[in-house]
Design a protein around this ligand. Sequence first.
Ligand code: C5P
Length: 289
Amino acid sequence: MILKSPAKLNLYLKVLRKRKDGYHDIISLFERIDLSDTISLKRRRANRIKIISASGEIPKDKTNLAWRAAGLLQRKFKIKQGVEIKITKRIPVGAGLGGGSGNAATVLMGLNRLWNLNLSKAKLAALAKEIGSDVAFFIHDCPFALAEGRGERIKPLKTLNQIKLWHVLAVPRVNVSTPFIYQQWDKAKKVGLTSPESDVKILTSALRKNALSLVGKALFNSLEEVTTRLYPALNSVKGDLAGLGLKAIRMTGSGPAIFGICSSRKEAVSISRQLAQNRSLRVFLSRTL
Ligand code: C5P
């Protein structure tokens, strides 16, 4: 079974507060994009879960979220079979693009079929939460969704189903640790004056109207300042994108990937070609999926 495992962008990510369990409550607007890994699943008679990947950047043991997805299903449903999970990585690792979370969701959905579990979307989303905060989004088959709680409570934004955005992604060659960025946010935390619900509504309505200059003003990420303080090179990446004419530029997740929204495929191709001359960046062109 061969499956695509897409990436996400956070067009909006407001950190509200630290919770007693150590996580943070957030409000986020997720977008699914067509930058994807490929996952192939093969039945194994013995009950071992085996991860294969040519990427040296992902773990091949129980700490891999895809492994944990398979392990969780085996344990909960007393599955005696094993599985070989081959991951062909294209999504940069530790970049804020949700690659590992998406891989876990893809394995949950794939094994649901391969192992004939017949689990509903709601049940799969509930299992997804046990693996990580971003996994549930990938279970929902929607291009845009609002996320609350620690990011696991998902409401698909059906009014945006027809919207397709073109992106340039610029990913500096550093890996960022999400827990570390949240810890730094705790130290530096600032309370926003406006209500986050109304902010995200402004973004949703700008997206619905396809008004890119308004979208650009409404993109938001509480963690961007924190990550940029640790990696000041992010400022020059944003400066480069602005210098090439983009008006809508933001960091995704805990970074360090920076995305720009372009008005057409042509603009996205032209900007990504120019940006790719900077060898310290990995540059991708992508679109809403
Ligand atoms: O949920 P996940 O395992 O992907 O999160 C990784 C880490 O990021 C958590 O252990 C926590 O430190 C931090 N985190 C958080 N609040 C969130 C999501 C993640 O503090 N909403």
